[in-house]
Write a protein that binds this ligand. Structure first.
Ligand code: GLC
Length: 477
């Protein structure tokens, strides 16, 4: 089978969030099962020169977007058994950031159209095209549109993976013809129209042959208006062609026994290196060097749906437990200011790192005893899995992928690997943090049993990559 994975970001080339981790690790896992896998993404200016130096220029075409006629180059490189293609247009992609530009709609319409127009340059037609989120949602729509006139693309099967339904790609109706270069019937007929504007995610949900989302619980939750952000009726309509497949993790890269970012490596059998990592972290971040103070970490975008309002509400209660708190991440200005300010109040016990750094994130997972992730919604969530691999016991809200990966070890539950609370309530969260810290102080041996269970859980892509393969095979027939 030939599979083309279309994404707006992929680790290690460029990353803003979990999509990049998935796009960087699922394709190699699929290739390892014997399929012919390639990935296509924009050639952002931000991609490191060491990768650009390894790329081969394959050629160029011009892509038409409404009245625009745009240069489009194609580069490629081989890495981890996968061919990675990079779409080049400096006007669109030589920017200071991946997203958040005034013309994101135009940039990703260009990218999506380019993917389809470049298919002949990438060799034999793929059997399956898997696109991801709104940025690539036009791909199945263009493929349906082109198929009327282009025999070679008619049999390509399309899968749309939804990593977060909150971001839908909504635009004014004039974009249909002027920007996307589609007949207005795509809108007036109802495929692209939703609540009075263009909604690309909705269009792709209708056009794709299958829809996946990144955990089974999130797939079920999307029928509920609380989680579906206005698309619950479309989810209901598509329920016959939709499933949840839990994301895996790049367990080679996220391995505390080999991770070169750590001061000392460690294994579930011998956690002594973890204590070294904790001491280093405390020293480096200006925290009191107290080996027995429970170190609680948050590594997250500082935004509402990650549950940051709960943390703000009971921060003093969290600090009253005697814990040290490390926060790493950027996001809404209000939360950034809040954590900067509280760092002043809790000098030596709270460290706010308002930045994003992959190396520091790994050092925090390694140094932390506990990891807090109280998301309001969480399609899958990778940080809780990384935290468990690094022996930081997760405290999570029971939603989406958090519910599918963290098993409660609270009263009466055997085999737990973390702490879980279900209501979106700051005091429920605080109570759960107190329980976890109670075990940490009360019986360190039992705490280590919970730590080890998380470290030994299987978070690899194995089973999920097989599920994706079976799904593609059933679509191809
Ligand atoms: C999005 C989701 C997150 C998920 C990731 C990868 O970032 O918010 O829950 O883990 O995509 O699928």
């Amino acid at each position: 089978m030939k599979i083309l994975y279309v994404t707006s970001e992929a680790a290690p080339f460029c990353k803003t969030g979990g999509l990049a981790d998935v796009a960087g690790s699922l394709p190699p896992a699929l290739a390892a099962q014997g399929d012919n896998v390639s990935v296509i993404l924009p050639r952002y200016g931000l991609i490191a020169q060491e990768w650009k130096d390894q790329m081969t220029f394959l050629g160029y075409i011009y892509v038409d977007l409404g009245w625009r006629h745009e240069y489009c180059g194609l580069f490629s490189l081989e890495y981890q058994g996968v061919t990675w293609y990079f779409v080049d247009n400096e006007h669109y992609f030589l920017r200071g950031q991946l997203y958040g530009e005034y013309d994101d709609g135009e940039r990703f319409a260009f990218f999506s159209r380019a993917v389809v127009d470049l298919l002949p340059m990438m060799g034999d037609m793929p059997d399956v095209v898997n696109c991801n989120d709104w940025q690539t949602a036009l791909v199945p729509i263009y493929l349906k549109d082109y198929a009327v006139r282009w025999d070679a693309v008619r049999s390509i099967k399309t899968v749309l993976t939804i990593h977060n339904i909150e971001y839908q790609g909504m635009f004014g109706e004039h974009t249909v013809t002027d920007l996307f270069g589609l007949d207005f019937g795509w809108y007036s007929g109802g495929t692209l129209e939703w609540n009075g504007c263009v909604n690309l995610l909705k269009g792709a949900m209708l056009c794709a042959d299958w829809i996946t989302t990144v955990s089974p619980t999130y797939a079920r939750q999307l029928h509920n208006a609380y989680y579906a952000h206005g698309l619950e009726q479309i989810v209901d309509l598509c329920s016959g062609k939709m499933s949840g497949v839990l994301n895996g993790l790049d367990v080679k890269s996220y391995d505390p026994s080999t991770d070169p970012c750590l001061q000392e490596n460690y294994t579930p059998e011998d956690l002594s290196g973890k204590a070294v990592c904790k001491a280093w972290l405390q020293k480096t971040l200006g925290l009191q060097e107290a080996p027995d103070a429970p170190l609680l970490a948050i590594v997250s975008r500082l935004v509402g749906h990650k549950g940051m309002d709960l943390v703000c509400q009971v921060l003093d209660g969290i600090m009253d437990t005697g814990a040290q708190l490390v926060v790493l991440g950027k996001g809404d200005y209000g939360y950034e200011c809040f954590f900067r300010d509280t760092q002043q109040r809790y000098g030596g016990r709270l460290s706010a790192q308002i930045t994003y750094s992959d190396a520091l994130a790994r050092q925090i997972y390694a140094g932390a005893d506990l990891f807090l992730m109280p998301s309001k919604s969480e399609p899958c969530g990778l940080s809780q899995m990384i935290a468990m691999r690094y022996g930081a016991v997760p405290i999570v809200r029971q939603t989406g992928g958090l519910a599918d990966t963290v098993r409660s070890c609270q009263v009466g539950q055997a085999d737990g690997n973390g702490y879980v609370f279900s209501n979106y309530n700051a005091y429920d969260m605080l109570h759960t943090i107190q329980q976890a810290i109670g075990l940490y102080h009360g019986c360190r041996a039992d705490f280590q049993v919970v730590q080890r269970r998380g470290m030994e859980d299987d978070f690899s892509w194995g089973a999920s990559a097989r599920t994706y393969r079976d799904l593609y095979a059933s679509l191809v027939g």
